[in-house]
Design a binder for this molecule. Structure first.
Ligand code: NAD
Length: 426
């Protein structure tokens, strides 16, 4: 199978991200026997913006870009969620990602609601100068929409610490003073938190370790395949490798590499920086996404995009445990097929919550004008994510349900409680 920029259920008719998010929510609402009015409130975003804005490109021509910000729910605090730059990003995708952020923040019990943003653009086709202009103009369009007490963006697919620095600077220029708490995932030299860059991957490693252990497998010596080698996938691969996991296959947007004797994540990172993809790294065999997703491994880490394992390919999966580093990588129609085959998934809102946990730490540090050392950040992350893992396990066992439903039900119950206690205005 050719690897494309925009994998969506391998191109087949499967639930898209918003259909998946709503199906998961409905299942949790049914399990909780949620009151109809609460269900109606939580099923839709609170606010959403679509902005179209012109940018002068390097060759002098003007291009109009479309961006989105969706604030799904703010009952428990300011909205929180990343900004994605991707050619396939649209309003429905951002709505789904915003809803998942609401549940994620509630599950790990940080005082945030959920939001997400995106610009429909392929960042790899823009120069740094053009990227900076797109980012600054998008941040300007979001004036009054984002802010440390309103809605706090962070990096996601196609954006990084530099993107956050440009947003922070743009918001600060308009405010007339420095506003570090408007975004998280900033460079450490600009008020970013130690440990934020690796936080999502570290959380993936912690939760995968727990799930493997429950399946009777030690991470030390386990065989591992990873889809995606960006912020989440690279850090997860490196940290799993440090724990003794044997990386046997990794793909990115440019292709994939495999070696049954093990891949070296440091060498692949170097390859990526020199060639823009890990594909073709010396001493490796090529592998595509279909090969990676069906690899006979102990652990499959999904760290690229949503809709990767669907009812159409779930039968081909041979991993013992799946760690959902990406948001929505397994569609609801695939869940029962995987469960019937005894494959355990660590659900996305738990597995990749390390990013928002450390983003919360960064926001707290910014508000206090204080910085925590890296070991303190990693230890607090471990405590919070393991605590959430324990809560999900306890509910799973108590109610005899799968981990995704348990995670969603815990989260939805918290947001529903906050919504009900606040009452209705006016
Ligand atoms: P990124 O842009 O840093 O990396 C994305 C990776 O996916 C890249 O390696 C890219 O090459 C790869 N990819 C894209 N298309 C692919 C394809 N067709 N086949 C194989 N690989 C492909 O993005 P990221 O921040 O690492 O985010 C990855 C996922 O994790 C997304 O679902 C995102 O929403 C989620 N997530 C990210 C964070 C975070 O802190 N960055 C936190 C929680 C969840």
């Amino acid at each position: 199978m050719a690897i494309t920029d925009a994998p969506r259920g391998a191109g087949r008719a499967t639930p898209n991200a918003i259909e998946s998010a709503l199906a998961q929510f409905d299942r949790a609402a049914d399990h909780l026997d949620l009151a109809p009015e609460t269900r109606a409130i939580l099923r839709v975003p609170k606010r959403e913006w679509t902005v179209n804005f012109p940018v002068s490109m390097d060759d002098g021509h003007v291009e109009v870009f479309t961006g989105y910000r969706v604030q799904h729910n703010m009952a428990r605090g300011p909205a929180k969620g990343g900004i994605r730059f991707h050619p396939a990003t649209d309003l429905d995708e951002v709505r789904a990602l915003a809803m998942w952020m609401t549940w994620k923040c509630a599950l790990v019990n940080v005082p945030f609601g959920g939001a997400k943003g995106g610009v429909t653009v392929d960042p790899r086709k823009l120069s740094q100068n053009e990227l900076q202009h797109v980012t600054r103009r998008f941040a300007t369009e979001l004036q009054g929409v984002i802010g440390p007490e309103i809605d706090i963006p962070a990096p996601d697919v196609g954006t990084n610490a530099q993107t956050m620095a440009w947003i922070m600077d743009t918001v600060s220029m308009h405010a007339g003073y420095t506003v570090p708490g408007v975004v998280t995932g900033k460079p450490v030299g600009l008020g970013g938190s130690e440990g934020r860059a690796d936080a999502t991957g570290r959380g993936v490693m912690f939760t995968a370790q727990r799930a493997l252990r429950e399946a009777g497998i030690d991470m030390n010596g386990a065989t591992v395949a990873v889809q995606g080698f960006g912020n989440v996938g690279e850090a997860a691969a490196r940290l799993i490798h440090e724990q003794g996991g044997k990386l046997v296959a990794i793909t990115d947007v440019g292709g994939g590499v495999a070696n049954p004797n093990g891949l070296d994540p440091a060498a692949l990172k170097l390859r990526l920086s020199e060639h823009g993809t890990i594909a073709g790294a010396p001493g490796t065999e090529p592998i595509d996404n279909a090969g990676l997703l069906s690899a006979d491994v102990d652990l499959l880490v999904l760290a690229a995009l949503e809709g990767q394992i669907t009812a159409n390919n779930a039968d081909a999966v041979h991993a013992r445990v799946i760690a959902e580093g990406a948001n929505g990588p397994v569609t609801p129609d695939a869940d029962p097929i995987l469960a019937d085959r005894g494959i355990v998934s660590v659900p996305d809102i738990l597995c990749n919550s390390g990013g928002v946990i450390v983003s919360y730490f960064e926001w707290v540090q910014n508000l206090q004008s204080f910085a925590w050392p890296a070991d303190q950040v990693a230890e607090r992350l471990r405590q919070v994510i393991n605590g959430a893992y324990d809560e999900v396990s306890a509910m799973r066992q108590r109610d005899g349900i799968d981990a995704r439903l348990a995670a969603q039900a815990i989260a939805v119950a918290r947001v529903a409680e906050a919504t009900q206690i606040r009452g209705r205005y006016p």
